[in-house]
Design a protein around this ligand. Structure first.
Ligand code: TPP
Length: 561
């Protein structure tokens, strides 16, 4: 069979059902093979959209997302999406066409060294040099993308490799001597961690996206309940611990809740799981959790003591390690009242410094829109976001109770991510309500994917919190740059509802608070792609906020007045 047909067979062997992409000269053979296959292909309008759709699909389903682009500009258009997946550890296989093998290195038409360009932002990459390698390389790519700490893998395929005739044999056993992720945590370290937890008086969990990747939510909840340990999550970890539980502290860090930041600051034991001590979490490193002994459980050994010195490191799968710790704790004699004063204190902080905002008459407050989305969807929607103030309000004011229901660009902070990611999430989870909360700036970065959503009738509801600004940057300018709004006013806004209608989607403009709920309900009921343009208060800020370089307990705007 042809190399291109072998690619399709290899994708099917990997369990792939859907792919997102856009063809071009150097992938015509692959698309020709796709034409006769059962794989469902979604034709995007920009390759960045394909990468984010694959990413959103992967986050919502836990499967590997797949995107395809042609060589040169098609491949480079994937770069932001690949970097985004890399930073957030999303399993993805990106397939790119390449100029014919004999032309590589000659500046051939639409040639770009995509393996070189993406080298720092992929978990691994392949350039196919022999068509016989296709089944093996695809099998390895899916394995590498989805095991250990997940991430994107790139496969670059010259056009002649797709056209070559090969004797197709399914790939045999994977043999990658240089790649052996550690799944089981070290027994002695697990015992040390359990002892430290049993001895702590003020413990706090700092839970990240790694919990969701590992499916370790139950183990986390069980330990938290057994030992009465409060849990704060990162942006990526939202949903790994139910926020309707008393022990939940919501998100920590720069825009974290006051109580999460106080709890971490005053803790005597910080248990980091599947989280990477990101600067948006730690603030000033020297003062971060300064009284606490630190346990770090992570799949990636490179994360241990990268930013913060760790006392008890455990490399391994979060589910396996937490299960081990739980078993040890159950064997131990415990003093259940040991953390009682601490949990009382944390609950008192929760009462004293709740999340709040001032409801201004005559304005639609952005936080109110998020609260309405939460009420209407009963915290059951898959909530996707772009990047900016709306992202932080979505993180804070929506109740995150389930894993894989929060799809947001954490590490790279990619404006333009939310909408295509929402399309991918809806493709993967057609029975769920999928809402994309967008900024008026961010939405315009991949607005063209409205055509994709309409074309395949993918009913995603986009809620634009339209403040007429690149809001988060404006907030920094207001607070730290003397209100000098240099290029953050978005002049010349389109009429978003009219744009949506022009694409064939439902479009509604909302400029009155009383219409907010109805608009959301109408959009969900319509079962069509919909764009809701909420004209929200323009200069509202996200609080609390830790100014850059400060300790996380030095928040501004965190107190109710
Ligand atoms: C691709 C990209 N370019 C620039 C930025 C820097 N940036 C971060 S937040 C932000 C403003 C976002 O504005 P908007 O989407 O309107 O959301 P808002 O903050 O107003 O809710 C910008 C420009 C970014 N994160 N991503």
């Amino acid at each position: 069979m042809k190399g291109s047909e072998a690619i399709i067979e290899s994708l099917k062997a990997a369990g792939v059902e859907v792919v997102f992409g856009l063809p071009g000269g150097m992938v015509i053979p692959l698309y020709d093979a796709l034409y006769d296959s059962d794989l469902k292909h979604f034709l995007v309008r920009h390759e960045q959209g394909a990468a984010h759709m694959a990413d959103g699909y992967a986050r919502a389903t836990g499967k590997v997302g797949v995107c395809i682009a042609t060589s040169g500009p098609g491949a480079t258009n994937l770069v932001t999406g690949i970097a985004n997946a890399y930073m957030d550890s999303t399993p993805m296989v990106a397939i790119t066409g390449q100029a014919r093998s004999d032309l590589i290195g000659t500046d051939a038409f639409q040639e770009a060294d995509i393996t070189g360009i993406t080298e720092p932002i992929v978990k691994h990459s392949y350039l196919i040099k022999n068509p016989k390698d296709i089944p093996r390389i695809f099998k390895e790519a899916f394995y590498i993308a989805s095991t250990g700490r997940p991430g994107p893998v790139l496969i670059d395929i010259p056009a002649d490799m797709q056209l070559a005739d090969i004797d197709y044999k399914p790939a045999g056993k994977i043999n990658l001597p240089g790649y052996k992720p550690t799944l089981k945590g070290h027994k002695k370290q697990i015992i040390s961690a359990a002892k430290a937890i049993a001895a702590a008086e003020k413990p706090v969990f700092y839970a990240g996206g790694g919990i969701i990747t590992a499916g370790a939510e139950k183990e986390l909840l069980a330990i938290a309940k057994l030992m009465k340990i409060p849990v704060t999550t990162t942006l990526m970890g939202l949903g790994c611990f139910p926020e309707d539980n008393d022990l939940s502290l919501g998100m920590l860090g720069m825009h974290g809740t006051g109580y999460a930041n106080y709890a971490v600051t005053h803790s005597d034991l910080l248990i980091g799981v599947g989280a990477r001590f990101d600067d948006r979490v730690t603030g000033k490193l020297a003062t971060f959790a300064r009284h606490a002994k630190k346990i770090h459980i992570d799949m990636d050994p490179a994360e241990i003591s990268k930013n913060v010195a760790i006392d008890i490191p455990i490399v391994g799968d979060a589910k396996d390690v937490l299960a081990g710790i739980l078993a040890e704790l159950k064997k131990m004699k415990r003093e259940p009242k040991k953390t009682a004063a601490w949990t009382d204190q944390v609950i008192a902080w929760k009462k004293k410094h709740p999340l709040h905002y001032k409801d201004e008459k005559g304005s639609i407050m952005p936080q109110y829109v998020i609260e309405e989305i939460n009420r209407i969807t009963k915290s059951e929607a898959i909530l996707c976001t772009d990047v900016g103030q709306h992202q932080m309000w979505s993180a804070l004011f929506y109740k995150h109770i389930k894993p894989r229901h929060w799809v947001s660009s954490g590490g790279l902070g990619t404006m333009g991510f939310g909408f295509p990611a929402a399309i991918g999430a809806k493709v993967g989870c057609p029975d769920k309500t999928v809402i994309d909360v967008a900024g008026d700036g961010s939405f315009q970065m991949n607005i063209q994917e409205l055509a994709t959503a309409v074309c395949y009738n993918i009913p995603v509801v986009v809620c634009i919190l339209n403040n007429g600004f690149l809001g988060m940057v404006r907030q920094w300018q207001e607070l730290f740059w003397n209100k000098r709004y240099s290029e953050t006013v978005i002049a010349c806004q389109p009429d978003f509802a009219a744009v949506a209608e022009a694409y064939g989607a439902l479009g509604i403009t909302i400029d009155n608070k009383k219409d907010v709920g109805d608009a959301i309900r109408t959009a969900i009921k319509s079962k069509r792609p919909a764009v809701l343009d909420f004209r929200v208060k323009q200069e509202e800020n996200v609080f609390p906020m830790v100014p850059a370089g400060k300790s996380i307990d030095e928040m501004i705007g965190g107190h109710k007045t």
